[in-house]
Design a binder for this molecule. Structure first.
Ligand code: FEO
Length: 396
C-alpha cells in the first residue's frame, strides 16, 4: 500500500496487514493496519513504526517521501511490538538524532531491545517540541493501554496522533474514515474498544475530561490502526465517552455451549422468558461465535446469562475460555445468571456463578440445573428464569 499525504507535509507511511486473523485472542477477520506517520518540517519526524515483518513496507513508503537518513526524530508513542517491531532496523537505517518517548516508553524499549545507547529523549505531559513551522505537544496516556502509551498533538494543524486509541482492526485500501461504510467502521471501532480498552474505561473517562480541560480541538485523529478520522471527530469521541461509561441498554445475552442439545433447549426457553419481558435478546452459541465478537455485544448489554453442560466435573471448555477472557476485561454494570444440564455431578452452574461473582457481576438467581434432558416442566422453569432476569434488568 502506497504512502499518502494525509495533511500538509504529513504522510501515512504504514503497512496494511490483510492476512492477520488472530491478534492474541482477538479475531481480526478483516486484517489490520500498522499506521506510521512522517512529518516533513525543518526537523523530519517519524511517529511510531510497524510490526517487524513489515519493516521493508515502511522503508519503501518512507523512501517515496524522503531518504530515510533525513529523518531527524522518531516519536515512539507506544512500544507494543506491532508498532515497534521495526524500530531496531529503522534506527539502524535512519540514525535519528533523538527518540522521543515517555519514561515508561524508554524502560519498555530497553526491556524489549536491550539497547540502552539509543538517543532517548524522555518527555512527559505538557512538554512540547518545535520542529520548524510546527510544534509537537506530548500527552502521556498511561494504561491506554500500556504504561508507556502517549499521544502526540500538532496544535498548528489540530492533528492528534493517538497511538492505539480510536483505532480499528480493519485492513482497507482507504485511509480515511469518511471513505468507508460508517456502520461497519463503528462496528470495528466498538469491537476494538470492547476487546482492548474496556478494562481501562476509567482511564478513558479521565483522558476525555483532560482533553476537554485542555481545550484541545481535532481536525484529524490519526490512530495506529485502521482508518484516520478527519473533519468532525465528535462521533468517535462521543462513542468512546459512551463505551467508557459502560451504561448498558435493555439487552440480554445468552452465552452458552451445549453437549447434547439439552442446554441449548434451556437457552431457548430462557430467551423466551426474556422476550416476554420486552427486552432485546441475543443467543450466542460459543461453538459458533468468537469470544472477541461476543465481547462487542457485551459492551452495551445489561444481562449476561451463561449456559453450560457439565463435563468432567466442570463447565465446557468454550464457556471456561470465554469467562476467563471476560474476567480480564472487567465489564461493569452487569447482572447475570447461569443454567445448564448435567448427568450425575452437575458442577457447571456453581462454577459459572463463582466466576460471575469474581467479576462483580450481580448474580440475581442461584441458577438452574436440569438432569440429562429437560422436561416440559423444566423448560417452564427456564422461561421463569428468563422472565426474572428481564424484570431485574428493568429494576436496576
Ligand atoms: Fe497496537 Fe498496543 O498495540
Amino acid at each position: 500500500m502506497y504512502t499518502i499525504e494525509i495533511a500538509d507535509k504529513l504522510f501515512w507511511v504504514g503497512a496494511v496487514d490483510w492476512s492477520i486473523r488472530d491478534f492474541h485472542g482477538y479475531s481480526t477477520e478483516k486484517g489490520t493496519t500498522y499506521n506510521s506517520y512522517l512529518l516533513r518540517d525543518e526537523k523530519n519526524v517519524l511517529f511510531d513504526t510497524v510490526k517487524k515483518p513489515f519493516t521493508q513496507d515502511l522503508l519503501h513508503n518512507i523512501r517515496r517521501v524522503m531518504d530515510p537518513e533525513q529523518i531527524d526524530y522518531i516519536v515512539v508513542n507506544h512500544v507494543e511490538m506491532d508498532h515497534s517491531g521495526a524500530l531496531p532496523d529503522i534506527i539502524h537505517t535512519c540514525k535519528p538524532e533523538k527518540i522521543f518517548c515517555s519514561l515508561n516508553g524508554k524502560k519498555a524499549m530497553i526491556a524489549h531491545f536491550h539497547n540502552e545507547d539509543w538517543p532517548f529523549e524522555v518527555v512527559k505531559t505538557g512538554d512540547s517540541l518545535s520542529v520548524g513551522k510546527r510544534t509537537i505537544q506530548f500527552l502521556e496516556t498511561r494504561m491506554l493501554h500500556w504504561p508507556d502509551s502517549m499521544f502526540s498533538y500538532i496544535p498548528e494543524d489540530k492533528i492528534l496522533i493517538s497511538s492505539d486509541a480510536f483505532g480499528q482492526h480493519w485492513a482497507t485500501s482507504e485511509r480515511f474514515a469518511d471513505e468507508v461504510d460508517e456502520p461497519e467502521l463503528f462496528r470495528h471501532a466498538a469491537k476494538y474498544y470492547a476487546n482492548i480498552l474496556l478494562l481501562f474505561s476509567t482511564h478513558v473517562q479521565k483522558l476525555l475530561a483532560t482533553v476537554g480541560e485542555m481545550g484541545l480541538e481535532f481536525d484529524m485523529i490519526c490512530p495506529d490502526h485502521g482508518l484516520i478520522w478527519r473533519g468532525d471527530s465528535q462521533k468517535i469521541i462521543a462513542a468512546y465517552d459512551s463505551w467508557s461509561r459502560q451504561e448498558p441498554k435493555q439487552k440480554a445475552l445468552i452465552i452458552y455451549e451445549s453437549m447434547w442439545e439439552s442446554t441449548e433447549k434451556m437457552a431457548k426457553a430462557v430467551a423466551f422468558g426474556l422476550l416476554k419481558q420486552d427486552v432485546k435478546v441475543k443467543m450466542l452459541d460459543l461453538k459458533l461465535n468468537h469470544r472477541s465478537d461476543i465481547m462487542t455485544e457485551v459492551l452495551d448489554a445489561r444481562a449476561l446469562l451463561f449456559g453450560s453442560a457439565t463435563l468432567n466435573n466442570g463447565m465446557l471448555p468454550n464457556v471456561a475460555d470465554f469467562m476467563m477472557y471476560l474476567r480480564g476485561l472487567a465489564p461493569a454494570n452487569k447482572i447475570g445468571a447461569a443454567f445448564g444440564s448435567y448427568g450425575w455431578s452437575g458442577e457447571a452452574v456453581k462454577l459459572m456463578n463463582e466466576r460471575m461473582q469474581e467479576m462483580k457481576i450481580d448474580v440475581v438467581d442461584e441458577g438452574l440445573r436440569v438432569r440429562y434432558v429437560p422436561t416440559h416442566e423444566d423448560l417452564g422453569k427456564c422461561v421463569e428464569l428468563g422472565a426474572k432476569m428481564g424484570k431485574a434488568m428493568k429494576q436496576k
